[in-house]
Design a protein around this ligand. Structure first.
Ligand code: KG4
Ligand code: ZN
Length: 341
């Protein structure tokens, strides 16, 4: 019988310090996430220096906790997978250095992981992936359509030219005086209103799978300011519903078109915005009418940043023979396609 493959994953690219242990790339033995959201809330966004400081405080705590929860020691671990990038450099460095120290001290292989590959592989923790597949990646920093012909091979076929979807959500929430991160608040509010306000949809050139959300974000901000100047009030729930409808319509339409164009077997959703109830139900509806594609949406707990997804992606990278030296550095602008070989 083949021995189980046990991967320790470490994630610290933004505002969660996380460690997880995943068996055979699919089964979570333990998954610990220390969120810093409370510390960043009063600033209305993530403050990089504060994020780094929290990561330093939390990293050894989450690492000890994850081993304890999984009832394992470092002797049980086959490899250490860590987010190399993209993300905040000072935040990434804490995870990368912790991973390097563990790899050195326990003589374990070190596997570099792209954060978005992690978001994509969060889906493998619930469902086996079928290739070719299309991943809609919608997070705070990224909005991309990624085509995968096989495990560990990523081709970006479309991406945002300006704001990421989550970023647009957070900025619009700020204008509506909602706390950071605003995505879940807008989502909740949108369900109380109706899309009565006419807002733009950026379709871009015919055939393009790219996205653009800055025009929509500006339209929302202008709508609020113009109403204020005229002394009128706009129902925030209707504005939230209109904004959400515009974002979702573009995301769903382009995803469906790309799925057809590339003839994929599976469509998977990844990233923090995948937690959006409106997006989840619109995708379910859009893909329900034909049996052509299997739609996979991760459970809410695996949509936002965690280390189980890094361990899951790390498992595939480990099998592919991808290793990092102990000179590994954080790479805030890491390209996902560098892992294709
Ligand atoms: O993937 P993630 O945890 O971190 C990044 O890698 O960026 O995504 C965080 C983003 C934030 O912008 C947050 O507002 C958004 O995901 N988000 C949502 C929802 N839950 C989280 N956006 C819309 N609706 C939600 N329910
Ligand atoms: Zn993320």
């Amino acid at each position: 019988m083949k021995k189980d493959q046990v991967i320790l994953g470490i994630e610290s690219s933004c505002d969660e310090t996380a460690a997880a242990i995943v068996i055979n790339g699919r089964e979570i033995a333990a998954n610990i996430v220390a969120s810093q959201i409370e510390s960043h809330k009063r600033f209305g966004g993530v403050v990089p220096e504060i994020a780094s400081r929290h990561h330093v405080e939390q990293i050894t705590v989450v690492l000890e906790e994850v081993l304890k929860k999984a009832d394992m020691t470092m002797a049980d671990i086959d490899a250490i997978a860590v987010t190399e990038g993209p993300g905040l450099v000072g935040a990434l460095l804490i995870g990368v250095n912790a991973a390097k120290a563990l790899a050195f001290a326990h003589n374990k292989p070190l596997v570099p992981v792209h954060h978005i590959a992690g978001h994509i592989y969060a889906n493998r923790l619930t469902t086996e992936l079928k290739f070719p597949l299309l991943a809609l990646v919608v997070s705070g920093g990224h909005t991309e359509l990624v085509y995968m012909k096989e495990h560990g091979h990523f081709e970006v076929i479309g991406e945002t030219r300006d704001d990421a979807a989550g970023e647009a959500y957070d900025k619009v929430a700020r204008v509506l005086n909602m706390p950071y991160p605003g995505g879940p608040h807008i989502d909740r509010l949108a369900h109380e209103g109706s899309p009565t306000i006419d807002l733009p949809r950026a379709w871009l050139e015919e055939g393009s799978y790219d996205f653009s959300f800055s025009g929509l974000k500006s339209a929302v901000i202008n709508t609020v300011h113009n109403a204020e100047q005229r002394g009128e009030s706009i129902a925030p729930e209707n504005l939230a519903a209109s904004f959400q409808e515009s974002v979702i319509e573009v995301l769903v339409t382009k995803t469906k078109k790309a799925a057809k164009g590339y003839g994929v077997k599976q469509v998977i959703v990844a990233g923090g915005v995948a937690a959006n109830k409106g997006l989840r139900s619109a995708l379910e509806k859009a893909f329900a009418d034909n049996g052509e594609f299997e739609l996979v949406i991760p459970p809410l707990s695996l949509c936002t940043d965690n280390a189980a997804m890094i361990a899951a992606a790390g498992s595939v990278m480990f099998e592919k023979g991808i290793r990092a030296e102990l000179t590994l550095n954080a790479n805030p602008g890491l390209d996902i396609e560098v892992f294709n070989k």
